[in-house]
Design a protein around this ligand. Structure first.
Ligand code: ATP
Ligand code: MG
Length: 431
């Protein structure tokens, strides 16, 4: 039984009393991204496993340990998306979107799945808002993408997120760096975890991102990538820093950031907070100039980010940020008896069509219980229909906060007039 009434480990329900916060964050992110020229793209929750093996990279934690992979009934290997970039890029390529004017700018709002050890800010099903900008190789694109993430945090009223920046070079300069890393880690090979022993030959940079404490300790003394990047990569990094300065966006260079996924080149960045515990990275992103080619497209430099919405929500709650208040019920139309119930049902439908949040009885409660429920909904106005009201064609409306009673004609037009008249202050204030 318990298996039916307990959700799988690492998942979270969003209850009706909390969903307005999610809607607020999601709408704000989409709206701000739209102002920056990003339109939403939607793509499947699952893809061929091979897509993630190739793009995310088979030396990463995500691919080696965290993917939800299964065989479908047709014998194909399928994986629930652990992140958004691979699927977004697959969709962009498959639909020929790179044949139009570039850069192609797309945003996404998705669920992601990773088999991780659940803790605060780390779930097995989590949600991301992300963007991709494909076909823009300049540092100016990196700066714009970072500025968008910052604009979303600002619009949500989040303060004190630190922007940390690094460059991990291009395939050319990284070869040199890999050599230096290999030499360094080879001298400590015995102390590395088994996964990292395997990474030593294939991709030694991944060892820098290992969560194993012994590996992390050894990584502290490792050569730093910024000492190895080529002139072109250095010029790109300097250009980006110049753009961020010009935009008034503060950052610190953190040479230990390498990012968890294989496909990054040059710029990598994170927005980090110390306020929500160990999982402080709210947003991660960077440049991936080789990814589209890796997926079979023409070489197309790209840059993007993904922010974790659960962590974003934790930061907002911790900082006491406001959310757009939930809409309260405008009018409760109570009723006594069958004829009145029919009338109440008709009026409720008509007022909802006018755009008001109106409720009536759907349970068959007593009048007293109906009024209690109206209170609970926070209804601004209420009325009770009975045979007398229907006969007289009039109804008494109570303004719940002040107790004021007004008699109006019992028809849709009169009720609409009454509501407009009595909420005009709020409407003006809202505009
Ligand atoms: P971490 O180092 O925390 O594991 P990551 O490098 O694996 O993060 P990314 O793949 O860059 O994370 O994903 C981008 C963002 O998605 C992260 O910065 C974080 O906010 C969020 N995120 C990643 N994994 C999880 C998870 N398991 N639960 C909740 N949010 C997550
Ligand atoms: Mg991770």
């Amino acid at each position: 039984m318990a298996i039916i009434t307990n959700a799988p480990r690492g998942t979270q329900d969003v209850l009706p009393s909390q969903s307005y916060k999610w809607q607020y964050i999601e709408q704000m992110a989409l709206d701000i991204a739209r102002l920056h020229g990003f339109r939403e793209i939607r793509f499947p929750v699952f893809e061929h496993t091979e897509l993630f093996n190739r793009s995310v990279g088979d030396t990463t934690d995500v691919v080696q340990k965290e993917m939800y992979t299964f065989e479908d009934k047709g014998g194909r290997s399928i994986t629930l998306r652990p992140e958004g970039t691979a699927g977004a890029m697959r969709a962009i390529l498959q639909n020929g979107l790179l044949n139009d004017a570039l850069p192609l700018k797309a945003s996404y709002l998705i669920s992601c799945f990773r088999y991780e050890k659940p803790q605060a800010g780390r779930l097995r099903e989590f949600h991301q808002f992300g963007v991709e900008m494909a076909g823009a190789g300049s540092y100016a694109a990196d700066a714009q993408v970072i500025a968008l993430a910052k604009a979303i945090f600002d619009a949500l009223g989040i303060e004190g997120l630190a922007l940390e920046l690094n460059s991990i070079g291009c395939p050319t300069c990284r070869a040199e760096y890999h050599k230096a890393l290999r030499e360094y880690f080879a001298a400590h090979k015995d102390q590395l975890c088994d996964t990292c022993k395997g990474r030593l030959e294939k991709n030694p940079m991944r060892i820098l991102d290992c969560k194993n404490p012994a590996c992390a300790e050894i990584a502290k003394g490792a050569p730093v990538v910024l000492d190895y990047i080529c002139d072109d990569c250095r010029a790109h990094f300097e250009g980006l820093k110049g753009n961020l300065d010009a935009m008034g966006i503060a950052y610190t260079v953190n040479p230990t950031i390498v990012r968890g996924l294989d496909y990054y080149t040059r710029t990598v960045f994170e927005f980090v907070t110390t306020g929500i515990g160990a999982q402080g990275t709210v947003c991660g992103g960077g440049r991936y100039d080789g990814l589209i080619e890796l997926l079979g497209g023409q070489p197309t430099p790209s840059v993007g980010f993904a922010m974790g919405l659960e962590r974003l929500l934790l930061v907002m709650e911790q900082q006491g940020c406001g959310f757009a208040p939930e809409q309260k019920c405008t009018m409760y139309i109570g009723s006594i008896g069958d004829a009145a119930q029919q009338k109440a049902a008709g009026l409720t439908a008509a007022l909802r069509e006018e755009g008001f949040y109106v409720e009536c009885d759907a349970v068959g409660r007593s009048v007293k219980a109906q009024m209690k429920y109206a209170d609970k909904l926070g209804a601004k106005f209420s009325c009770i229909l009975g045979d007398n009201e229907i006969e007289a064609g009039k109804v008494r409306i109570k303004r719940m906060d002040k107790g004021e009673i007004t008699e109006v004609a019992l028809d849709q037009e009169a009720l609409v007039q009454y509501i407009y008249h009595n909420t005009i202050d709020e409407i003006v204030e809202y505009e």
